[in-house]
Structures are given as C-alpha cells and as structure tokens.
Design a protein around this ligand. Structure first.
Ligand code: 9MR
Length: 338
C-alpha cells in the first residue's frame, strides 16, 4: 500500500527484554511472526541484535549470527534494513565502560564502527549512528549532551572523548559504508521543543563542518496520557529544509490499561488516530522515506516490562489479530495512493 518512496518497517524482535520473557527468540522461532514480518513490511530494524552488548559482548569477540540472519532475511524478502545503533550510552558492555584511556576508547569505537558497518556495507539503507545523545529537560542538570556533566545516564564516549566524537562516528561510518544514510535518532523530539531544537542546531553545525550526516529520526514512543505531538509535521519539515532526510523509527503508542487489562474502544480509537497522525506527518514531508513501528504485536512489545500497568502499544493483539491502529495505517496509505 505504501508509496514507492516510503518503506514501512518494524523492529525484528529478539535480544533485550525478550531474553527474560520466557518464550523462545521470536525472530528465529515464531513461524507466524516471521511470515507476517516478511509479508507486511518493507524495512526491518534489529531490535537489539546490532547493539554493542549483543554484537560485541567482549573485547575482540563479535557475535554476528543474529544480525546476519536478519539482514539475510530482509534481502530474501525484498526488504531494506535500518542499522541500530553505534554511539549510544545504553546496552554498552561493562568492558567498554571500564576503558579509561581516551586514545584506547577512541580506537575501540573506531574499530567497532568499521567492523560492524563494514560487515554490512551496501546492505543497510539507514544507520542510527548516534542514538539518544542528549539528556532530557527532566533529567538532573537538564537538556545537554550526555557528557557526564550532570547526573544523567552518561555516554562514556562523549564524556571521555568530547563532543567531537559525534562527528568522528559519522565519518567512520561513512567511510565504512558510503551508501548508507546516516542518522541522529532520539525520543521526545517529536514536537518542536527545546530538545528537537538542540538537535536542529547540532545538525546545522555538523552539516557546516561537512560531516556526513544524512538524516534526523524521530523514535516516537508515544503515550496517550500526553497530547499528540501536534507540531511534528512542522518540526520534521524544518529538518527537511536543512536538506536532511527524516524518518519515524520506533513508533508505538502505549496507554494505561483498565483494571481488567482490556483496552476500551475509546482507547483503541485514540491509539489508532495517533498512529495515523504520525504517518500523515511523515507522508506530508518530502524526504520522510522510512516509517517504522517498534514491533507489531503486543506479545513482544517492550512496553509492559518497562511501564507498569501500561501496554497494548502495538498494532496487533498478542494473537496477531489486527487492531484499529493497523487498519488506520492501512487506510492512510491507501488514501495516499490517490
Ligand atoms: O525494544 C528494546 C528492548 O528489547 C530492550 O530491552 C531495550 C533496552 O534498552 O531497548 C529497547 O529498544 C529501545 C531502542 O533501542 C532505543 N529507543 C528506545 C527503545 C525502547 O526502550
């Protein structure tokens, strides 16, 4: 249903919270899941399988099997892949945190980027090179790079190597795969707000320095208790106006479940309208070329494990029955064909 210049993606479930969930690895074991993953999507993002702790668990030890399987699957099904992620403070193994010597840490990051990006060169459409590099206004110390200057979750690369490491990560990724489009990616940047403006300023700076930055991505982990990000479209447009691509990379829409655990019709309708609103914003912005939801069925969603009493954040029920949100996306794409 999607226009030719827009891929519709999902996270490929595995690793991370799935490891303790008591079911076998979804991507490799759930046949129905694989069938729908192949049939319903034109882009796939490894949910955890390309993150440091998964792919580079020990110094000198790379574990490529799961990532290889996802890239092979995508190619076999005519899908593209979003690589996720290279410069991030989270899911970083202890051995990386333990490196104190800046020259050594820099060499380790460079080797990681060259090795991982190089391995899939020509096979990854977009890479989230830098993920969540800003702390939030609600963190102690407020909005600022995660450089360790306040009590936020610290990105040890930025802390120990300085903010210039962001540009270097992009340069190393570009050298390793000149075809891949390289992105900044974060949450709480959907609205035109202080955080998205910090990214806007950073993006302008990087472009002025001729850093190979190609896109800005909005994760879009939304929650119905907050208003719809009504400035999303204008906000995307200002990045588009810089000459950048934009993307929606991790959309899901959570809400607080009623006591009986069953979403109300009103909640499902509001959720559907929210999915639709985000897709419409992407459709309205010329170089929004990639629209990804963070998982497609509630059984495998990260949400219930991270937010107590919230859930039902995806477009399909646990048994893969389609929810109103699924139909809303489908109809919105159909309408865009006219
Ligand atoms: O969905 C991912 C989950 O399986 C992991 O346990 C979790 C650990 O941080 O990461 C989840 O994915 C995150 C993504 O990589 C970056 N943006 C926020 C996502 C949801 O936490």
């Amino acid at each position: 249903m999607a226009p030719d210049d827009l891929v519709i993606g999902t996270a490929a479930a595995g690793g991370g919270h799935h490891l303790d969930a008591g079911y076998p690895d979804p991507f490799t074991h759930d046949k129905k899941y694989r069938k729908l993953l192949a049939a319903e999507f034109s882009s796939v993002s490894p949910e955890n399988q390309m993150k440091w702790d998964f792919i580079h668990p020990e110094r000198g030890v790379y574990n490529f099997a799961a990532a290889d399987a996802i890239v092979d699957f995508a190619e076999a099904n005519g899908q593209v892949v979003r690589g996720h992620t290279l410069l991030w403070h989270s899911q970083l193994p202890a051995w990386v945190h333990a490196i104190e010597d800046p020259a050594e840490l820099r060499a380790v990051l460079k080797d990681h980027i060259e090795t991982v990006v190089g391995r899939y060169a020509g096979r990854i459409q977009q890479w989230d090179v830098a993920n969540e590099i800003f702390a939030d206004e609600w963190d102690k110390g407020g909005l600022r790079l995660r450089d360790g200057s306040a009590e936020h979750a610290v990105n040890p690369f930025i802390e120990k190597l300085g903010p210039g490491i962001i540009a270097d990560a992009f340069r190393w990724a570009h050298a390793a795969d000149p075809q891949a489009k390289l992105f900044l990616n974060d949450y709480a940047v959907e609205d035109w707000n202080r955080k998205s403006t910090a990214y806007y300023d950073l993006a302008k700076q990087l472009l002025a320095q001729k850093v190979p930055l190609h896109g800005f991505a909005f994760q879009a982990h939304l929650d119905l208790q907050y208003p719809f990000p009504s400035t999303l479209r204008a906000n995307m447009q200002r990045f588009d106006d810089l000459g950048l691509e934009t993307a929606i990379t991790e959309l899901d829409v959570r809400f607080t479940l009623p006591a009986n655990g069953v979403p109300t019709d009103a909640q499902l309708a509001q959720q559907a309208a929210t999915y639709q609103g985000v897709l419409e914003a992407c459709l309205a912005v010329e170089d929004c070329n990639s629209f990804t939801i963070w998982g497609f069925n509630d059984k495998y969603s990260w949400v219930p494990g991270f937010f107590s009493s919230q859930g039902a954040a995806t477009v399909m029920w646990e048994d893969y029955e389609r929810k109103p949100a699924y139909h809303a996306l489908h109809e919105t794409l159909a309408a865009a064909q006219d």
